[in-house]
Design a protein around this ligand. Structure first.
Ligand code: DQA
Length: 144
C-alpha cells in the first residue's frame, strides 16, 4: 500500500525557516521519517512538495490511481484554499492533516482550517514526529 505525502508552500525551507516554530529537521528528514515508518507496516510513501497549488492538486488527483491514503501538511494553504480541499474531497481517500506547529496556539488566522472538516484526523504541534504518528494511524485505518 502507498501513501501520498503532500507538503505545501514554503515547507521546502524546513530546517532553516523559523526553526523555533518548525524545528530543525529538513524536508528530506521528514520524508525519510515518513518512509521509514511506512516501511514498518509494509507500506511506501510517495513524497511531493510544491509551492504551487496546482501542482499539489495534480498530485492529489493522480493519487486516486495508485495510493491508498494521503498525509498532507498544506502549509499556509490550510487557511485559505477551497480548491485544495475540493481536490482532497474529490479523491475520496483517507486524509491525515499534519502541522508541525500547534496552529491553535498561534495567530487567529491559523486557527481555521479548510482541510480539518474533511480530514480523518488532525495532528498539530508534534513537530516532525507528527508525520510518523500520521503514517502509523493510517496503517491502522487501512488494516481495519
Ligand atoms: C504549518 C502551519 C501553517 O500555519 C503555516 O502557514 C505553515 C506550516 C505547520 O506545519 O505548522 O506553512 O502548516
Amino acid at each position: 500500500r502507498r501513501i501520498l505525502l503532500v507538503n505545501g508552500p514554503n515547507l521546502n525551507l524546513l530546517g532553516t525557516r523559523e526553526p523555533d516554530i518548525y524545528g530543525r529537521e529538513t524536508l528530506a528528514d521528514v520524508e525519510a521519517l515518513a518512509a521509514r515508518t511506512a516501511a514498518e507496516f509494509d507500506m511506501e510513501v510517495r513524497p511531493v512538495q510544491s509551492n504551487h497549488e496546482g501542482v499539489l492538486i495534480d498530485a492529489i488527483h493522480a493519487a486516486r490511481e495508485d495510493c491508498h491514503a494521503i498525509v498532507i501538511n498544506p502549509g499556509g494553504l490550510t487557511h485559505t484554499s477551497v480548491v485544495l480541499r475540493d481536490a482532497l474531497t474529490g479523491v475520496a481517500l483517507p486524509i491525515a492533516e499534519v502541522h508541525l506547529s500547534n496552529v491553535h496556539a498561534r495567530e487567529p488566522f491559523r486557527h481555521r482550517s479548510y482541510v480539518s472538516p474533511i480530514a480523518d484526523f488532525v495532528i498539530a504541534g508534534c513537530g516532525a514526529q507528527g508525520y510518523a504518528f500520521a503514517v502509523r494511524r493510517l496503517a491502522t485505518l487501512l488494516a481495519g
